[in-house]
Design a protein around this ligand. Structure first.
Ligand code: BTN
Length: 347
């Protein structure tokens, strides 16, 4: 028991030191960070700094070292590296949320649920490069075996949030992320109601919110997102290749996975804060109009169990889809899913 505890404390300390070293180097950018300064700031020896760097090179980092000047990062791992991701989060998010990294798990949403039962402080995030039982909406599975993509979930306790508003949460997060990816990475990503992100007509991201509610308050909110960043669709199941893709596959650009993930985590946390502060209605509508992939398209779907079809006319102020039916009436769809159905109709 004592040994186990000592080992896990040592591991935590080792990780903390790695995060601090990497944070200092990221902050310095192209400049060198002196080993002496690092050692003094972390209250450890220069030899210890060197041995941490040596260990990190075994984890796919390369450092440039110049006598009397110090060190800087020359190459970063291309897969999620928990200390590097934490270091990027230190730069982008204040305060950075606790982040649980698992080499593999059944589903990050399920892991968040288990952690919430353990009563860990919220908000927090769970990330993995591989899920064995990734879950999608409407009971579907989510293919989760490509470490170039991210599988990420958050645990929130928005106790003052009236449960009926939860339906608006995923469209809101989705549109904020869509805007963020357009602005920060210059990617022409669009939104497909209710919360899919699409690039050149193919899905690159899906989101799944699950909640535990009391009579008039939300006890737990679990929000999970799968985002295909640098994944290689050629290795995915053929039926998925028809409808989904990755950012890398469309643009040919390989994004820095750790930096991009940190910016996504920060975006989601700030969107969550806006949501609970109730300042999301006007931006939801204006951003949706900008990125709506369905506007004026003829679509088919279900209203409850009744099949419906009509022309998509955007959303209302809480994120329900406005559908102009063939009989001229307007239907509000507050849940479900719709698909394209040609031919295109213009007003
Ligand atoms: C959809 O069907 O579009 C939603 C997919 C949501 C997938 C994510 S991946 C991370 C989190 N864990 C899961 O099991 N599902 C969500």
């Amino acid at each position: 028991m004592t040994n186990y505890l000592t080992m896990s404390l040592q591991k935590t300390l080792h990780n903390r030191i790695n995060i601090s070293i990497l944070s200092a180097m990221l902050k310095a950018g192209d400049s060198f960070v002196s080993g002496n300064d690092l050692a003094n700031a972390l209250n450890i020896s220069r030899v210890s700094i060197w041995s941490h760097l040596k260990q990190l090179t075994k984890e796919n980092f390369l450092f440039e070292a110049i006598r009397n000047r110090g060190y800087r990062i020359q190459k970063e791992p291309t897969k999620i590296h928990p200390a590097l991701l934490n270091a990027y989060l230190n730069l982008t998010s204040s305060p950075p949320p606790p982040l649980i990294y698992l080499e593999e798990t059944d589903s990050t949403n399920s892991e968040v649920e288990r952690q919430l039962l353990n009563k860990i402080p919220t908000p927090f995030a769970v990330i993995t490069p591989k899920q064995t039982q990734g879950r999608g909406r409407h009971g579907r599975t989510w293919y989760s075996n490509d470490p170039g993509n991210i599988y990420l979930s958050f645990g929130f306790k928005p106790n003052n949030l009236p449960p009926p508003l939860i339906k608006s949460f995923t469209p809101w997060i989705a549109i904020k992320l869509c805007h963020h990816l357009n602005q920060e990475f210059n990617l022409p990503i669009q939104i497909k109601w209710p919360n899919d992100l699409v690039l050149h007509g193919k899905k690159i991201s899906g989101m799944l919110a699950e909640s535990r509610i009391d009579v008039d308050s939300t006890r737990d909110l679990i929000f999970g997102i799968g985002l295909n960043i640098n994944g290689n669709p050629q290795t995915w199941p053929p039926e998925l290749q028809e409808i989904a893709t990755s950012i890398q596959n469309i643009t040919g650009k390989t994004l820095n996975l750790n930096r991009t993930t940190a910016s996504i985590i920060s975006c989601i946390l700030s969107a969550y804060n806006q949501f609970i502060q109730n300042t999301w209605h006007p931006p939801l509508l204006s951003l949706w109009t900008k990125y709506d992939s369905l506007y004026n398209k003829y679509v088919k779907g279900f209203h409850g169990s009744t099949p419906i079809e009509g022309t998509a006319k955007g959303i209302n102020e809480i994120g329900a889809l406005k559908l102009l039916l063939n009989n001229g009436s307007l239907l509000l769809l507050d849940s479900g899913e719709i698909s394209f159905s040609g031919p295109l109709k213009f007003p």
